[in-house]
Design a protein around this ligand. Sequence first.
Ligand code: PMP
Ligand code: GLN
Length: 389
Amino acid sequence: MSLPSSGVLIPASKLPDVKTTIFTRMSELARQTGALNLSQGFPDFDGPRYLLERVQFHLTHGQNQYAPMAGVMPLREAIAEKVADLYGCHTDPLETVTVTAGATEALFCAIAAVVRPDDEVILFDPAYDSYDPVVRLQGGRTVRIPLTPPHYTVDWNRVADALSPRTRLIIVNTPHNPTGSVWSAADFAALRDLVRDREIYLLGDEVYEHIVFDGHAHHSLCADPELFGRSFVVSSFGKTYHVTGWKIGYCVAPAALTTEFRRVHQFVNFAANTPVQLGLADFLRAHPEHHRALGAFYQRKRDTLCAALAGSRLGVEPSAGTYFQLIDYAAVGDLHDVEFAEWLTRSAGLATIPVSVFHAVDPGRRVLRLCFAKDDTTLARAAEILCAL
Ligand code: PMP
Ligand code: GLN
C-alpha cells in the first residue's frame, strides 16, 4: 500500500503481472482498426430463433426475479438428463448440478472450493488464461506442463514427475482451447492411475464438449465413474447455443463437491439470471438435436477455412475439436507472435490470438489462433488476407 498526495489508497496488487486479457486487447484493437475479428472466440451469427423467443417469452411473462441459488429446476433437470444420456452419468440435479454466470464463474468457484494456500495445481500449457490467476488468488501455485505439438498430447511421465504431496487439483480442458486437441480414452486411463489413492481433485473444463470432429467422441470426466468421484465438470451454454454474451454455464459434481462449490457460488454470484435459464430449459428439451449436430456444423467451417488456406504459406495445425484453428506463420515472418498478431491486425486487417500468452515459458513458436465460428463470407475474407501474406 502507498499513500500518495491525492489521498487515493493504492493497493499492492495481488496479481501484479496480470494484464488485461489478450481477448479484450485483440478485440479492442480489431474495433479500433476496423480489422476482421477472428481473435476472441465468439460466433458472428445468432443463437437459434426458438431459444431467443423462449427467453423473450419468460422476460415478458414475469420471470424477472432471483432464480434459486443453484439454478431453476427445469434447467438443472435438463442438464442432468443430458449428462445421463450422453455420458451415462446418473446424478440427482438437486444435489449435483449448479447453474453459474458462465463457465468462468464455475471455474472460479471450483478452484476456490478446493485450493488452499501452498497447494499445487497442474495445468497443461498452452492453458486457458483464467486458471492461473484464480489459483494464485487462493494462495496456491500452478505447475505447468507443456503439451507436445503438433497434436498437443500430454506427456504422462512429466505429469507423474510433477506430482507432489501438495498437488490438490489437475485442470483438464478437453476439447482444448487454444489448440483444438482432444483427450483420448488412454489419457483418461493414465490420469486414473496417477490420481488413485491421492487427494487430488479434477476440474474438467468441457465448454467445447459438443464440438468434436472427424468421428471422434468427447471423453467427459462425467463418463468415468472412478474419476467423476473427484471431479467438477464445467460447461457453457454460450458455446453450445452461440450466445457467448449471455454468460451462462454450469458445474456438475458429486454432492460432497457440489456442497463446497455452492458455498462459494452463493457469494460470488448467488444465482444466474432467471429468464435465460428458463429459456434454455425449454430449448434443451425441445431441441436436443442442436447439440448433437454441433460437431458437424463446426467441422464444415473448419474444413472451409483450411481448404481456403491450402494455397497459403501458412502451416495448418491439426484441430480435432473446439472452434479454433492454429496456424504456423514461420514461413511468412520472423516476428514474435504477439508482435506479429498486432502487425497482422493493423497492417493486414485481421485480428487473431498469439498463442505464446497461454504459456508460462514461451516456447518461441510462430503460431496464431483463429476462431472459425464465423459466417462463410467472414471466413472467405479472412482466408483472402492470409493467402496474400
Ligand atoms: N473455458 C474455456 C476453455 C473457454 O474457451 C471459455 C470461453 N471462451 C471459458 C472457459 C469461459 O466460458 P464462459 O464464457 O461461459 O464464461
Ligand atoms: N474463451 C474465449 C476465447 O477463448 C474468450 C472469453 C473471454 O474473452 N474471456 O476466445
